[in-house]
Design a protein around this ligand. Structure first.
Ligand SMILES: Cc1cc2nc3c(=O)[nH]c(=O)nc-3n(C[C@H](O)[C@H](O)[C@H](O)COP(=O)(O)OP(=O)(O)OC[C@H]3O[C@@H](n4cnc5c(N)ncnc54)[C@H](O)[C@@H]3O)c2cc1C
Length: 435
């Protein structure tokens, strides 16, 4: 209470604040009513369990509660905090710290999501239950899996052992591997070679490896000017923003970055990458392995596309293999020209959240979803390029298709987009984690 207030004024002030609070909640419900056809407060309309608190899962949890506070939402995530892959290449370059890309789950708890730290080990889609590593079970009406990716190591002899040893890192899931790769780069002698192997598409974040090459090269340019970045790409050419990355390699990192196309990794021995025609001995070897949907999606029998990705109904994100189970993000079999990105996982989550609220009430889902993507890449510590696209559901082919004339790429790298990129990251983390 303000010391100049009377008791009556204090009581009035409190009730006014309560009313304002109710007003915010009501306008929130109004929004929910528009978006979802009337779900809101009142008795629970159903239980949704979400596995994976990354870009897809956390966004779904947040938006289910935002659009229908009367859905019970439980989010199970194995890690205690969220560590972002976007911006993690800047940590490798020494331009950001791990604290800059790490966020907690407390704000999600505050909006009513039950956040549990733990590992889901199995899905029983018939009984509508998931099993937890500790032995417990969670029952659901609708299940969302956004488990991200796991690696396919069998086709590359020596790779599993090299990764297990910790000498070779992937750093394609942000966290301890990001820290470890940065330490390897710091310990690498000036004049040493950092070799990075890129798998054939599809993989998580098509421009990510080329951004990584730039960030590592930016560090070398300043601190180890005789060191080299060797990019061993299994693909025939740069997979995203090609001309922009080629220009960055030439303008900023000539003599530091060497790019080699059609250089698929065949096997690994120590720190030697064995390719089809030659061997590359590196001082730091960073292998981004071929990828598939996360282990849990595989264990749940959802990988019905090339035995690698989960097929979904794009109107609801519901698995085409298991009713009642929705799959988001990188784990899905992508629609044409749809990238595996955090931004896209966030969009999948919103399609799923809106659809699940309708399905729980026995109502029809929106037949016309539209999603979009923007992916920024740092080519220096400040200069950034982007690629953007808009994808609209096509009822005839039952998939998302890019809207002709939408999106595109930057005309050139620039510092204004450097600021946009950092704002994009802050905004999407706030959007998914509720603060
Ligand atoms: C270096 C790099 C840079 C990138 N830059 C960008 C960028 O600039 N913009 C962009 O849009 N995207 C970017 N991406 C891609 C982006 O990180 C992914 O597309 C995004 O993380 C996919 O979201 P997701 O929800 O599918 O998976 P994730 O975000 O990986 O979330 C999966 C979560 O599930 C948890 N999990 C998995 N299995 C279980 C289980 N059984 N039990 C409990 N928890 C489980 C994991 O711990 C994880 O937290 C980048 C990726 C990399 C590697």
């Amino acid at each position: 209470m303000n010391k100049h207030m009377t008791m009556e004024q204090h009581a009035f002030d409190l009730s006014r604040r309560r009313l304002l609070g109710a007003g915010v909640a009501l306008s929130g419900l109004g929004l929910a009513a528009c978006a979802t056809g009337g779900a809101g407060s009142g008795p629970s309309i159903g239980r949704v369990v979400i596995v994976g608190g990354g870009f897809g899962g956390a966004t779904a949890a947040r938006y289910l509660k935002l659009w229908a506070s009367n859905v019970d939402v439980t989010l199970v995530e194995r890690n205690t905090s969220f560590v972002s892959c976007p911006i993690s290449n800047l940590v490798l370059g020494g331009h950001k710290q791990m604290a800059d890309i790490t966020r907690g789950y407390d704000s999600l708890r505050k909006v009513g999501v039950k956040v549990m730290q733990g590992e889901v080990t199995a899905v029983d889609a018939a009984a509508k239950k998931v099993r937890l590593a500790g032995g417990g079970e969670l029952a659901y009406d609708r299940l969302i899996l956004s488990p991200g990716i796991d690696f396919m190591l069998d086709g590359t002899p020596g790779l599993a052992a090299a990764l297990d040893s910790g000498r070779v890192l992937h750093s394609w899931k942000a966290g301890p591997q990001t820290v470890a790769l940065r330490r390897q780069l710091e310990a690498m002698p000036d004049g040493g070679v950092f070799a990075m192997s890129i798998p054939k598409v599809p993989y998580r974040c098509p421009p990510g490896p080329y951004e990584r090459a730039c960030m590592v090269a930016s560090y070398f340019k300043q601190h180890k000017p005789r060191a080299k970045v060797l990019v061993l790409d299994a693909n025939p050419e740069i997979q995203s923003k090609k001309a922009l990355f080629e220009k960055a390699f030439k303008d900023h990192y000539s003599g530091i970055i060497e790019y080699r196309s059609n250089n698929e990794l065949k096997s690994v021995e120590g720190l030697t990458a064995k390719l089809e025609f030659d061997d590359v001995k590196a001082d730091v070897l960073n292998v981004i392995p071929p990828q598939r949907a996360g282990d849990l999606a595989r264990a749940a029998g959802l990988l019905n596309m090339n035995n690698r990705w989960a097929g979904v109904n794009w109107l609801t994100m519901e698995s085409t293999a298991a009713p009642g189970v929705h799959v988001l993000g990188d784990a899905t079999f992508s629609a044409p020209a749809m990238p595996k990105s955090g931004h896209m996982a966030n969009q999948h989550a919103k399609v799923a959240a809106a659809a699940i609220i309708e399905l729980l009430q026995g109502k029809p889902v929106s037949p016309t979803p539209v999603v979009m993507n923007t992916c920024y890449s740092f080519v220096t510590a400040r200069d950034v390029v982007h690629v953007a696209s808009v994808h609209q559901y096509d009822a005839t082919d039952k998939t998302f298709k890019t809207v002709p004339g939408s999106g595109g790429v930057s005309a050139g790298a620039n510092q204004i987009e450097g600021r946009y990129a950092l704002s994009w990251a802050d905004n999407i983390w706030a959007d998914m984690l509720a603060g």
